[in-house]
Design a protein around this ligand. Structure first.
Ligand SMILES: Cc1cc2nc3c(=O)[nH]c(=O)nc-3n(C[C@H](O)[C@H](O)[C@H](O)COP(=O)(O)OP(=O)(O)OC[C@H]3O[C@@H](n4cnc5c(N)ncnc54)[C@H](O)[C@@H]3O)c2cc1C
Length: 519
């Protein structure tokens, strides 16, 4: 059993199917009289966290359910992957962030089902199922990587959506240099180990390619004996004809030139058609193909909205676009279900981009609307996104920014990037340490977070070999408890016998006395 923030026991083990039914607050599944309004939030990303915070002053009980225990600042994932920042700096525990918000609690779990008519959310963690009731629901489950129907590419070309991804990539990038050093010392050809291919020339791909080039040309140049890291190839490929399409043609061209100055090979109009352990194949518009031999491929192309979007669409008849995003009403609610709001990367509305501000502003709007309804205030006007601009860093001291119609490049854009990211990193202590790490990397040559392990590199693919992933590594719900009951009986008898023998040895004065000397 667990208890809500107001102290009531709410979680009832249901022994027949070992499912926990969680009423979201004081016990009554009906959401009846005298009970605080229950808001369930799915996701602890930008939408989930900012929506929960915006409800701080409201007379509601909030349950945030997310499949990670942290809030992730995705825009800086590439800095974790390239050893600039630690994972903790961009992923503080959600529980800690919300520790002072008494009307909010956090549950770890992956939501697998939302029943809109029953107003319940079903979630799982390591095979344990819980059903939580809501009166209002805020769905902010974001988006995952899309391999455009070629999911098998993922085995050799990790995406960059999670802390696991960033740490795996860190291991693969630094590991490639290590493998090359070993091979070169034996006189082997190590070109494919010193070739890094980034797929996707959007902001993430551009930032990633720029940082790997800086690693190879600046940070690591004195650290190896058998290889010259400056000879490493960094290749950025994209099927589109320009880099950074959302920034417009001018900034795209400028960014391409900056990347080339850094030593990045930019291959445009190049669609990836195959990926294997040793490299990938690209095809150009005229039909010719090119193979690039590389053990380190990074997939920064394409997003696919959370599958929850499709599930909600099936229940409501709402449309879903090719990227799996669900069409919502202008007030961000689901057709026919005004108590359900969907925000952020999951939605398709007015061609809104998949950026943090869309999620943050949408979640704040939804939170305000919930408050208005509770206070019997009139509904707000339809949701309107305020575009604060976009920016991408290319290398140290160089970035591009688009704010309204103003296009900025170089050092000024870089300073803006620094200021904006400092404001949005969650937590004061994280801001302080991030600034220190930026000093180390941008003013100096170092990278403070170069540690990587074998498990980081191989853990994902190893887990994928189990039918049910990590669930196969733990006991079934109930099995552990049953085994404990049996063990307890035999263990108690053993412990009692051991204690009786200890007493006898002491009382008989037999400790430290040889067998043959005993009387
Ligand atoms: C590498 C990268 C770089 C980016 N750079 C920028 C940038 O520079 N500027 C910018 O504005 N935007 C950037 N973005 C986009 C931005 O991060 C997203 O638009 C934003 O995170 C969307 O917020 P969200 O709340 O919709 O989803 P997310 O922030 O992705 O949050 C989704 C949450 O839902 C949880 N979740 C998912 N499925 C389930 C489930 N079934 N059950 C329970 N929980 C679930 C996840 O664990 C997560 O907590 C970047 C994205 C990436 C990946």
């Amino acid at each position: 059993m667990s208890s809500t923030q107001d102290g009531h026991d709410v979680t009832q083990p249901h022994h027949e199917n070992l499912q926990l039914v969680d009423h979201g607050n004081a016990g009554d599944a009906s959401g009846g009289e005298g009970q605080r309004h229950r808001v369930v939030v799915i996701g602890s990303g930008f939408g989930g966290l900012f929506g929960t915070k915006a409800l701080k002053g409201s007379d509601v009980d909030i349950t945030m359910i997310a499949k990670t225990t942290h809030h992730l600042f995705q825009p800086l994932l590439y800095q974790v992957a390239t050893g600039i920042l630690s994972e903790g700096e961009i992923a503080p525990p959600t529980r800690e962030v919300l520790s002072r918000q008494k009307n909010a609690r956090v549950l770890l779990g992956e939501v697998t089902d939302v029943d809109l008519d029953a107003r319940t959310v079903t979630h799982h963690v390591l095979g344990r199922q819980t059903v939580t009731h809501y009166d209002s629901l805020l769905v902010a489950a974001g988006a995952g990587q899309s391999y455009f129907g070629n999911d098998h590419f993922a085995e050799f070309a990790p995406g960059m959506k999670s802390i696991d991804d960033a740490l795996e990539l860190r291991g693969r990038i630094f590991g490639a240099f290590e493998m090359a050093e070993v091979g070169a010392a034996k006189g082997e050809d190590v070109d494919h180990m010193l070739t890094f291919v980034v797929v996707g020339a959007g902001p993430t791909g551009v930032e990633m390619a720029g940082q790997i080039a800086e690693l190879a040309h600046r940070t690591l140049r004195r650290d190896f004996r058998s290889i010259n890291t400056r000879s490493a190839r960094v290749v950025l490929v994209d099927a589109a004809p320009q880099v950074l399409p959302p920034f417009g043609a001018k900034l795209g061209e400028k960014s391409k030139k900056e990347l080339e100055k850094l030593g990045v090979e930019v291959k445009l109009g190049a669609m990836v058609t195959d990926v294997d352990e040793r490299g990938l194949v690209t095809q150009y518009k005229d039909g010719h193909t090119e193979r690039i031999n590389s053990i380190t491929k990074i997939w920064a192309a394409g997003v696919q909205a959370s599958p929850l979007g499709k599930q909600l669409a099936e229940q409501t008849g709402a449309p879903v676009d090719r990227a799996g995003r669900i069409g919502v009403n202008p007030d961000l609610t689901l057709p026919g279900y005004p108590e359900v709001f969907v925000v952020g990367d999951m939605i398709s509305l007015d061609n809104l981009p998949g950026v943090a501000q869309v999620a943050i502003q949408g979640a704040k709007y939804a939170a305000k609307e919930i408050g208005h309804r509770l206070d019997n205030k009139p509904a707000q006007k339809p949701f309107k996104y305020f575009d604060k601009g976009s920016m991408a860093i290319i290398s140290r001291f160089r970035a591009v920014a688009l704010v309204g119609n103003v296009r900025l490049t170089g050092f000024i854009a870089w300073l803006m990037w620094l200021a904006v990211h400092l404001v949005y990193i969650t937590g004061f202590k994280n801001r302080i340490t991030a600034v220190l790490h930026w000093f180390v990397s941008f003013l100096g040559r170092g990278r403070a977070e170069r540690t990587s392990t074998e498990q980081q590199i191989f853990g994902r693919n190893a887990l994928a070999r189990f039918d049910r992933g990590a669930v196969d590594l733990v006991s079934e719900p109930g099995a552990y408890e049953a085994a404990q009951v049996m063990l307890e009986a035999t263990r108690r008898a053993e412990l009692e016998a051991a204690a009786a023998e200890n007493v006898r040895l002491t009382d008989a004065g037999e400790r430290g006395v040889r067998m043959e000397e005993r009387v």
